[in-house]
Ligand binder design. Sequence first.
Ligand SMILES: [Zn+2]
Length: 226
Amino acid sequence: MFSREAYRPTRREFLSMAALVPAPLPTPLIVPVHLVLDRQAKLRSEQLDRFWSRIWPQAVRDLGRCGIHLQTSMRTADVLRPPGREPILTGLEPNAINLVITNKLPTQWDSGRALSGVTTLYRGYHVCMAALDRAHCHELPFVSVNTCLHELLHVLLLDVFEDRPKGLLGQAREFRIDTYATLLWLFHEGAAIRNAAQIYVDRMRAPVQKPKFAPGYAVTCSRDSM
Ligand SMILES: [Zn+2]
C-alpha cells in the first residue's frame, strides 16, 4: 500500500540534494565594443583573415570564459595622421570600447617602438587600437599575450582612466595586464576581471566625462614590443 501523504524529505536530505545542484552561472556581462576598420590603412587580405579568424575570436572566447559578452558593432572610418600632431580618429562611438583596426600605430602614440597595440582616452572616447602589422595571438604566458585581449583589459581593468606611470610602475602595469590575460587564457580564471568590468560598465553609463586633450595621454604597451 502506498501512502497518499506527499513525501517530504528531511532537512538533512534536502541539504544533501541541494549540494548536488550546480551553482547557477552568473548573468553574462554585456560590454559594447565598436570595431572601426581604418580605410586609410593598406591592410592585406591575409592580415584581415588572420585577425578575423584567429586573433579576434581568441579574445572573444577568453573573455566569454569569465562571463563577459562583447556586443559588437562595426564600421569603416579614418585614422588621419597629420605630421607632428596627434592622430585624428573618426567613426568613434560614445558608451562603447572603440577598437580601431589599422596597420601601424600613429607615430605620436608609438614613438618608434613598433608596438602591436595601444589604449587611450581620446577626446572622451575609450579607444583601443590594434596594429595588424604587429598584432598577434597568445604567444608566451606573462610576456606576450593576445593583442586584442591585452588592450581590452587595459579598459576593463580601468587603466584607461589613468595616465600610464613612467618607468618601473608603468612596466608593472603591463605585467599586471599580461598576468590577468594569462590566468584567463591558461586557467580560465577571470573573476577579478569580471568584477572590474562590472565597475567599468557602470562607470561608462555615467554622464560623459570632460574630454582630455593632454598630449601623450596614451596607455602604451611596451611589453608588446618584445
Ligand atoms: Zn599594455
